[in-house]
Design a protein around this ligand. Structure first.
Ligand code: SAM
Length: 473
């Protein structure tokens, strides 16, 4: 009998250890391995050596099976054709240099993929004819004539699977067709995830991509609305949480609460039930810190999660709470400005703000605010009013600091306009919390101090619930 596989004690026609390297087997420790047309058992022996939990080889030649059993008694070998595959599923199935012997080659591939575990891989090592046409080409070899696919044909045959060309395999003397290695696995449905914050354009991105590809879109906002209106059933706790202070204008807050209360998993299950077993897209905000959890849950449910991320093209939005506060402050400033109209117009324009807030931070349980302020008499105020959320607190200013820059700008006779004020805050208050509650500083008269642009930006960044972390406080 011919020697096909090569061992240190028996050189065969095939350079078996080179072929082993070309196959690019995945890590096999603890996994199950099946070799179809295993010949003398080299690859089963290798998988056992690498710690496979089960190594099985089948070959229709009893003589090869006898030799395999002799070489590798710890593996399981069966003298049978591939018409009778062994029991069970396998993590790795190998079909090397044997597909061309099958009468129904696509049928054999289908049956082998069916024997894979959900994450398993079928490793095909086969000759591929070079031709642009999709066809099975009859090739005359030294010993017989067999059919080999072209790459175009293989693409067609593997259309229902996920597969990847891994590279060329080792050729044998007299090979009429170059050999290649292809890894094939179950194609998982894809869950496309668009989880960006509100106003990032998720819906317009989704509507451009998915309807033309006939991929259904699950709208995260719509799901929340339907649950809130009891048009869609959801687990009781999730239902209660969504119904509680639900508003169509702040669905992002509802979603934030759902995830904070550890009910995000239940919400994702509702998406999956809506999306079905095939590819689907989710157009739904998920706070940044929970996005990995959503991806893991979908992978666990058998989907391939594909997350789409992009930068927002427009300037970032002012959080709603801050906008309320800013509007109130602006209105207050309008009425004060009206009372003061008639003074030196030029100077009045420059002095229309009662000062500035240049820095806000949380330090040692205090909110610390620095800036400059000027009252109606042209002096630094003795007190400032610190507004946090709905609370207003009068804070003594103490000795004013020199602000020559302000003096120059306002053409004042003195520079004693700088202030640093501190107010104790509850221990759990951080910068992000402060930013979310809304923050203001005014004179005792109600005239507001303007927040410097960098203070506004850092507060906007901190207040956005989905951004990773708050700026250092
Ligand atoms: C060219 S050899 C390849 C051996 C091995 N897979 C390798 O690559 O080293 C083809 C093997 O397939 C086996 N074979 C051919 N037809 C088969 C069938 N219908 N069922 C099971 N084994 C078969 C042969 O006995 C032979 O061992």
């Amino acid at each position: 009998m011919v020697q096909y596989q090569s061992f240190p004690d028996a050189a065969g026609d095939s350079r078996t250890s080179d072929k082993l390297k070309a196959l690019r087997l995945p890590a096999i420790e603890g996994k199950s391995f099946l070799d179809i047309g295993c010949n003398e058992g080299y690859f089963c022996g290798f998988s056992h050596f690498m710690g496979a939990a089960r190594s099985v080889g089948i070959d229709h030649s009893p003589e090869f099976i006898y030799r395999a059993q002799t070489r590798f008694p710890e593996c399981e070998f069966h003298a049978r054709t591939w018409d009778h595959l062994p029991e069970g599923e396998f993590d790795v199935i190998l079909l090397a240099s044997a597909l061309h012997y099958a009468d129904d080659q696509p049928g054999l591939i289908d049956r082998l993929v069916e024997k894979l575990t959900p994450d398993g891989v079928l490793i095909l090592e086969l000759g591929i004819v070079s031709s642009p046409r999709a066809e099975w080409v009859k090739v005359k070899r030294g010993i017989d004539e067999r059919y080999f696919p072209t790459m175009a044909q293989l693409k067609r045959t593997l259309i229902d699977y996920a597969w990847k060309w891994m590279g060329p395999s080792v050729n044998q003397d007299g090979d009429p067709v170059p050999r290649h290695v292809i890894h094939v696995s179950h194609r998982k449905p894809i869950a496309y995830l668009l989880m960006q914050p509100p106003a990032y354009g998720k819906s317009s991105v989704a509507s451009r991509l998915f309807p033309p590809a006939k991929v259904p879109i699950v709208s995260g906002d719509e799901i929340i609305q339907r649950i809130a209106k009891r048009e869609l059933s959801a687990p009781g706790k999730l239902q209660d949480l969504i119904e509680k202070d639900y508003s169509p204008f702040s669905i992002d807050k509802t979603i934030q609460r759902v995830f904070d209360k550890k009910m995000g998993g239940e919400l994702v299950q509702v998406w999956v039930a809506e999306g079905g077993d095939e590819d689907f897209a989710v157009d739904g905000f998920v706070p940044a810190k929970y996005q990995a959890q959503v991806e893991a849950q979908l992978a666990e449910a058998g989907y391939m999660p594909v997350t789409l991320r992009w930068e927002r093209v427009a300037p970032s939005l002012v959080p709603l709470d801050s906008l309320n506060e800013q509007t109130a402050e602006f209105n207050r400033s309008l009425s004060v400005a009206g009372r003061e109209a008639g003074d030196n117009a030029d100077k009045g324009a420059r002095q229309s703000s009662a000062g500035y807030v240049d820095e806000v931070k949380i330090q040692d349980g205090h909110v610390v605010v620095r800036g400059w302020a000027i009252d109606a008499t042209g002096s630094a105020p003795e007190q400032l009013v610190l507004g946090i959320g709905a609370d207003r607190t009068f804070v003594e200013v103490g000795d004013p600091q020199e602000r020559k820059d302000v003096q120059r700008h306002l053409e004042l006779p003195h520079a004693k306009l700088g202030y640093v004020i501190k107010l104790p805050v509850p221990v759990e208050t951080d910068f992000a919390g402060l930013a979310r509650q809304g923050f203001s500083v005014t004179l005792a008269s109600g005239r507001p101090l303007r927040l410097a642009q960098r203070v506004i930006e850092s507060m906007q960044g901190a207040a956005e619930p989905d951004e990773a972390g708050s700026p250092s406080s």
